[in-house]
Design a protein. Structure first.
Length: 183
């Protein structure tokens, strides 16, 4: 392996490309069955959810429209505070729509809990959440997440949309960083 190869920055692979793709297919089949032919407005949360969104919508057989939101959590340091600011709002009117929020990972759940309440206040027919990863140990708030890909231990992961300092989002697998990257 070339020393400039991005994979040299990773300590170990948590989920391979194949494992992720298999899980996405499973989630899509479950979603198709639940929505029974109803149209779904899939809302991706930028930037982390880009990969999940792209693969999930291609695996769905339901009629789908897509929109995007970008939010930022106020707060000092790396911990999300639960105080959320909208950086980019939806272009779509949610009235009467079946909304499916797509996330890469739920850590504390504070951001998503705020987002869910915000979207619910706009008069949709329903709001559900689909996340590829969830860290159960880190949950600070109870949120009802209907579709969860994998539950992972409370460690920092990158790849498949997830970044460290905006890098590693382009990896097609998910892994942990080698200590030399952040030490
Ligand atoms: P929370 O659920 O704590 O409000 O925030 C979730 C957000 O924190 C995610 O959308 C993601 O941007 C970031 N995050 C949480 N855990 C991780 C992780 O293990 N790796 C990376 N790269 N980002 C994470
Ligand atoms: Mg995210
Ligand atoms: Mg990030």
């Amino acid at each position: 392996m070339d020393s400039k190869d991005v994979s040299a920055d990773l300590a170990h692979v948590l989920y391979t490309k194949e494992e992720i793709q298999a899980k996405i297919q499973e989630l899509a089949a479950q979603i198709d069955a639940d929505y029974e032919g109803r149209d779904i407005l899939v809302v991706g949360v930028l930037k982390g959810a880009v990969m999940v969104m792209a693969d999930l919508v291609r695996a769905l057989h339901s009629h789908v429209t897509m929109d995007w939101m970008a939010v930022s959590s106020y707060g000092s340091g790396t911990q999300s505070s639960g105080v959320v600011r909208i950086l980019k709002d939806l272009d779509t009117d949610l009235l009467g729509k079946h909304v499916l929020i797509v996330e890469d990972i739920i850590d504390s759940g504070l951001t998503l809990s705020w987002l869910q309440a915000n979207l619910e206040s706009r008069g949709p027919a329903s709001v559900e959440i689909c996340t590829l990863l969830r860290k159960p140990e880190a949950a600070k708030v109870e949120i009802d997440v209907k579709y969860v890909g994998m539950e992972i231990p409370n460690e920092f992961v990158v790849g498949y949309g997830l970044d460290f300092d905006e890098k590693y989002r382009n990896l097609d697998f998910i892994g942990t960083l080698a200590p030399h990257v952040y030490e």
